[in-house]
Design a binder for this molecule. Sequence first.
Ligand code: FAD
Ligand code: UDP
Length: 371
Amino acid sequence: MYDYLIVGAGYAGSVLAERLSAGAGMSVLIVDKRPHIAGNAYDSHNDAGLLIHDYGPHIFHTNSKEVFDYLSAFTSWRSYEHRVLARVDGQLVPIPINLDTVNRLYNMNLKPSEVEGFFASMAEPKEHIRTSEDVVVSKVGRELYEKFFRGYTRKQWDLDPSELDASVTARVPVRSNRDDRYFTDTYQAMPLHGYTRMFQRMLSHPKIHIMLKTDYRDILGAIPFRKMIYTGPIDAFFDYRFGKLPYRSLEFKHETHDGHNFQQVGTINFPNEQAYTRITEFKHLTGQKHEKTSIVYEFPRSEGDPYYPVPRKENTDLYHQYQKLAASVPEVLFTGRLATYKYYNMDQVVAQSLAAYKKLIKEERLESAIA
Ligand code: FAD
Ligand code: UDP
């Protein structure tokens, strides 16, 4: 009998498997329906020998020392600060919008002290910031909103920014300086030998048994376990009892090109013209030296693997119905981006799992004290 059955070998499941085995001596069976571990963070070497991220670009960044220290037990790191350019009005300009973005777009020579005034002159003040449109329009005005955010967001989500929670576009700041990094977190680094290698080390404990290409439903009843942790989509767990929770999907088009570099930065965003949202060149992220280079295009889709929860009130309300249902099965813990329907980055999922572990261990102690 396993102590835990864990469904999903992404961050949420793998951190808990590692903690429960190495930290608490429990036996764990971790299953994933995909043929590999690491969930959406999975990376692999393609036919040309280039390290690519099969499910789109994953850049690690966090302000949490606890999360960074935890993962550092399983990998060394390569410092990497992600930079993104957006193709707007025929130019490649920095996104997040900064001083250089506006100077280049409007052929100006503003100083840092002047750019706030420029944004204020363009901005439409809003009393209540409710939507993803409000966030941007209230900071930089409608014109920059149209150039950088409206088209990209409509492509990515098939919704207008006015139909999405403020938190979506609030992920991308606006800057009055020349800082052109996509993130400003304290820790910004890539696992030196890739994400999959890091996950292999997390899951290498002898008390962890891994089953791939396995839907957990196919083994229920056949393999005994005490408790379960579920990291897949929460609506699927309950057979869509209240209807489907919308998850946004992507189609990835990977290409390998001759030549050392394809583009000047890790990612180029295409807010307006193309059917894809962005192109990422992996060598910038991985630092790999190779005579060829690999890129990936991201095409947003409504059907396919669930990648993004869609943050808007009606979906949160539906999720809360499922969350209530989940509370009625206390022997199953729901955690991770899909099971808690949260637009979480990798570090947030790690933090969520570390917190869940502490809570589980308290409960286990309590149960054994009672028994
Ligand atoms: P997942 O990685 O989705 O793992 C869940 C696993 O459960 C999957 O492997 C799935 O196969 C399995 N599963 C589901 N149902 C079943 C079932 N019935 N039986 C068995 N197995 C099942 N985060 C960052 O911090 N930085 C980034 O740059 C970044 N870029 C991203 C780019 C893209 C395109 C996407 C989609 C996400 C990105 N993220 C990024 C977010 C990151 O991928 C997630 O935060 C993280 O991978 C979530 O981990 P998880 O374990 O919750 O979910
Ligand atoms: N966004 C945008 N234009 C951009 C970059 C981002 O409109 O050039 C919006 C868009 O709605 C996107 C969201 O901001 O989905 C969050 O962007 P982020 O780069 O964090 O998306 P992720 O990497 O999670 O796909």
